[in-house]
Each structure stands twice: as C-alpha cells, then as structure tokens.
Design a protein around this ligand. Structure first.
Ligand code: GLY
Length: 370
C-alpha cells in the first residue's frame, strides 16, 4: 500500500525547504504567507495567537528527524518569544496546549530543559483554571458572551493536562481533562459520528443551551477541521488514559470522516455546505491523517487496515495536489481554510506541522509531540 520511495522523497523535500525557512524566519512566529509567499510574523502582530506553538513544534519535529541544530535553535527561539504571550494574561484562553505543549513541552521532553518544564507547568495550571466546576467543561474563549462555550478543538489541549499529572503525580490535571472529555463525548458527538464545533452550556448548570456553527458553514453542519480535531483528540485521550470509551468515540468520528471524504480525499472546509463555492481545508485532512495513524496504532492488527489506508490516501492525495515545493515561498501546504465564511484558501503553519508529523510517522521517526 505505502510507497516508501515517495515517503523518503517527500521527507527530503520537506527538509530541503524548511531548513532555509527555519533560518530565514528565526526570530518570528509565522502563521500564514502573503501574496509573495512570505510568512507573516504573529510575534509582532498578535503574540497570543493560538497557532504560535506550531512553529517551534514544527522545528522540534524536524530536529527529531534530522538532528540538524538549526531547527533546534529556531525552536528554542520561538519558545522564548512566546513568553510575551504569558505576560498578556487577559488574552490567554484554552489553547494553552497548542501554544506551550508543542513548544516548551516538546523542549522539556526532548532535552530536559528545566525552564521549559516550568513554562509548561504554568500553562497547565492556567488551562486547569478555565475549568467550570458546575458546568463540567473547560471554557474555550474569553469575552462576556461566551462563558458557556466549549469547543471540540479543546480535545487537543488536554494532553498538556495529562502530562502535568504524569509529571507531578497529582491527578488534579488529569481529572479535569477526563471530566471535559466526558462532557465533550456526551454533547459534541452526534448520532452519525460527526461533532459540533461549539456547544454552549449554561455555566451555572452545565445544561446545553445551543450549538452555534462556529467556524463551519452553520449550526448543524460539519466543519471538517472540527471532525479532525475530534478524531485525533479522542485518540489522544485514549492514549493517555486507556479509557475504552475514548477509543470508541475516535473510531466513530473516524468512520464518519472517512465516509465524508473518500470520493477524492481532499476534504472540503465543511462536509455539509453547499456544492459551490468549493472550499478545501488541507489542514483538516492532515490532522485527521495523523489522528488515524495514532488510532490504528492503538487497535488490534485486524482492525487497523481501514484507518491506515485512509490516512495514506489523505496524506498522498493532499501532498500530490496541494504541496508547493518552490524555493521562493515559505509554506508547503496550500488550500487551507481558516473558517468557512472567510471563503478563501490560505496557507497555515500547522498544515505543514501535521504534514511533517504524518510523513515522520510513515518513515518511523518519532514525531509525536502530544
Ligand atoms: N482551533 C481553531 C481552529 O482550528 O481554527
């Protein structure tokens, strides 16, 4: 099924392009590229942006696969830049995991750096502080209108809490993660295996008020990146807790996702949106692929095939169709969507992160930072 020559070639091309970008964009926190293909710098414009951990994370993935110190230097630099975000307390939200577990958490786990350990523990404590005891969920965003908002993406922030409990031997963090995961399982998950992006709870009682459309087409639709976060997020909760219900949840969303995109393996931004405009989200496909590979790893051999094949089809098709290997541009993966109503394709640094994670997994490199 898998073409090892293709995998080696893609890894070589990723390294060739990213080693230049790693050096040229050191001292910045990139998110997306401009019309000339040059990365922006969220450190300058919004250091608290939720994606800012992916750049150092991507650098750690490449360091793991190449041992090239240039990647390590850029990763360490990006992590230091993120200290600016910790100082803007009011701008911190639930994305502490995306921001710190992939930067400081990765540094600590790879090098044992004690400063990184402290940063990641601060991040875990801030995330824990967003847990609503009466509601039973981790609050997603700030602002007076959304005290009751919990979003599916948060499943990817939970590994930070599992890590904090494993490090300290104190189950408080893990208990919060499990409570949030159970609430998500109960209320985000739909009958057909798809998930809501947002569930809005009564913060005093934890009852569901409504399920706004969020970054998808509308309420009740199926934002593909949300489905991908759910596949990977439930799988991660299973990996860290070994609670069977999370594995079953991951399988249900995975089965839904595979059926929704198996006509061409190029996921649309929303699986339940009008046929026109055609709006893809490559990031959703690559996140899902990484989740599917981890899910398959957790299953008995006779159950793995379908998930491994779907992961391969997503990675191969998206890369063959939407990868930009030009040396004049900074990002690799194109055709991502920030949210449905933006109605445009952009590059996003985390699509490249999940590409590197996926190809690393296929090559047998340790690219698991969750
Ligand atoms: N976590 C926000 C997004 O996926 O766009």
């Amino acid at each position: 099924m898998m073409d090892e020559k293709w995998i080696d070639e893609i890894w070589r091309k990723i390294d060739k392009k990213l080693i230049r970008v790693a050096v040229e964009r050191r001292g910045t926190l990139p998110y997306s590229t401009d019309e000339k293909g040059v990365y922006d710098d969220k450190y300058k414009t919004y250091v608290n942006f939720w994606t800012n951990g992916f750049w150092p994370g991507l650098m750690w993935l490449m360091y793991q696969g190449t041992n090239n110190e240039e990647y390590k230097i850029t990763a360490e630099n990006g992590e230091k830049l993120l200290d600016g975000a910790l100082k803007n307390y009011d701008l911190l939200d639930h994305d502490m995991g995306f921001m710190w577990h992939l930067s400081s958490g990765a540094n600590y786990r790879i090098t044992g750096n004690q400063q990184s350990y402290v940063r990641n523990m601060y991040a875990a404590n801030i995330l824990s502080g967003r847990y609503n005891l009466k509601g039973g969920y981790i609050r997603a965003w700030n602002g007076s209108d959304n005290k009751g908002y919990a979003i599916i993406d948060c499943m990817m922030n939970l590994p930070l809490l599992y890590w904090a409990s494993a490090e300290t031997g104190d189950d408080r963090y893990k208990n919060i993660a499990i409570s949030h995961a159970d609430k998500t399982l109960k209320h985000h998950m739909r009958e057909d295996g798809s998930v809501h992006h947002i569930v809005n709870y009564n913060p005093e009682t934890g009852e569901v008020i409504d399920t706004p459309g969020g970054q998808g087409y509308q309420s009740g639709s199926s934002w593909s990146r949300g489905q991908a976060w759910a596949i990977y997020g439930f799988t991660l909760s299973y990996i860290h807790t070994k609670e069977e219900r999370y594995l079953n949840a991951a399988k249900r969303v995975a089965n839904y996702f595979i059926a929704a995109c198996c006509d061409d393996y190029l996921p649309k931004s929303d699986f339940r949106s009008p046929a026109e405009p055609v709006l893809y989200d490559s990031s959703a496909g690559l996140i899902a692929a990484c989740g599917l590979l981890e899910l398959a790893r957790m299953l008995p051999e006779n159950e793995r095939g379908m998930y491994e094949r779907a992961a391969w089809n997503l990675i191969k098709t998206i890369t063959d169709t939407f990868a930009d290997w030009s040396e004049d541009t900074d990002a690799i993966i194109t055709h991502c969507s920030q949210y449905y109503s933006a109605n445009k394709h952009i590059t996003m640094v985390y699509a490249d992160f999940f590409l590197a994670e996926a190809i690393g997994k296929l090559k047998g490199i340790n690219t698991f930072l969750w």
